[in-house]
Design a protein around this ligand. Sequence first.
Ligand SMILES: Nc1nc2c(ncn2[C@@H]2O[C@H](COP(=O)(O)OP(=O)(O)OP(=O)(O)O)[C@@H](O)[C@H]2O)c(=O)[nH]1
Ligand SMILES: [Mg+2]
Length: 435
Amino acid sequence: MKALIETRNKGPERVFLVGVELKSGSALESRDSLEELSELAATAGGEVIGKGVQKLDAPHAGTFIGKGKADEFADYCRRNDVDTVIFDDELSPAQSRNLEGVFNCKVLDRSSLILDIFAQRARTREGKLQVELAQLQHLLPRLTRFWGHLSRQKGGIGMRGGEGEQQLETDRRRVQDRIARISRELELVRQHRSIQRHARQRNNWPLASIVGYTNAGKSTLLNALTGAEVFADDRLFATLDPTTRHLRLPTNQNVLLTDTVGFIRKLPHTLVEAFKATLEEVIRTDLLLHVVDISHPLAEEQIAAVNAVLKEIGAEDKPTLMIFNKLDKLDGNGTWNRLAERFPHAVGISARTGEGIQALLAELGGQLRPPREFVQLAVPHEQSALIARLHAVGQVIESSYRGKQARFKARIPPHLHDEFAPFIVREAQKVGATG
Ligand SMILES: Nc1nc2c(ncn2[C@@H]2O[C@H](COP(=O)(O)OP(=O)(O)OP(=O)(O)O)[C@@H](O)[C@H]2O)c(=O)[nH]1
Ligand SMILES: [Mg+2]
């Protein structure tokens, strides 16, 4: 699908931003949210020409902001050659249509903008399909005359009624067909990936996922820990598709670490839905590493936003290690003190300078150490595959190959108990072992 914000011959698209300060929210939060919207717009290739804010008790049903304010902004936009107006909050289909009437140009909301950036970032087949699915689902109820990119035919754009309406109907059908096709294709891609995952999981290493707000330093951390070369950059949503790398801790424990897409406030619901499979994979792990940019003035709000998404994908109860990143950038200890009190086990690091990484590795080792069962086994010699498997996943403490059967004393992960059960001749209590 084409980018919503297009860079044309005449240069970057000129963008005007609109935010509201609701009486129920804080002014700081809405200002910061608008600041973030501005970064998002720039990330999408737009040039922010101006911003407008209105204080409201509640959004208006018809035009989100008040009609008078909308006219005032529209006037400004006309005089300044604005191509696109972007609202910081999700607009209903009716609001979008009405506002396009007032502004007489393309009107987007934060969700469509985020979707647009995701579309530009997606690299893998699955990533691209997921984004397109989310975009189409978001778009379907919003098909209006300015969404001409679906059909470049004459009459598609700028025509309401008559041929234009018919064109919209055709577009709707096409969108629905496409949604059905993408869903089927995604299913196939996912089946394939689940095969790959099983291959990777052969050796039963524990899994950990790096999660956090966008730009918190997740990819930088993965790179610092594993020498991976994931693209890390000072822009929002640098990473979209998950990358998994093997990490061997100083204690010789092995971990598979996955870095993935960052979260943001007001993440579009269709996007969370479309990415659910990817995200579920992320949380089907033994441990979450929640990276926080501790130098950010709204670090606490960002933690809350991440937790909200984690909750939405059913991961709020996962064991989590909090990591306070960008210590090198921190001035003053206020945020640090407050957050350290709330998260006593958090580890402070700088993924950039390497400060605190050793302490992080130690903490990681402690948290990932699996409980082990101590067992004695008697295995017929011809069961060589099982014997090999025991050495791969367990910790063999003593072995003897004399006699009719091979005998072992070993520690095995409890979840593999069933696999070895037929050969266990003696069990001891579960013990916390050295991993
Ligand atoms: N000063 C400082 N900058 C850091 C640190 N860690 C990361 N950064 C910078 O922060 C920016 C974002 O880093 P990324 O690793 O791309 O962040 P991310 O969490 O992967 O971001 P997304 O993939 O966009 O969600 C980059 O410019 C990094 O160089 C740190 O410890 N200190
Ligand atoms: Mg990243």
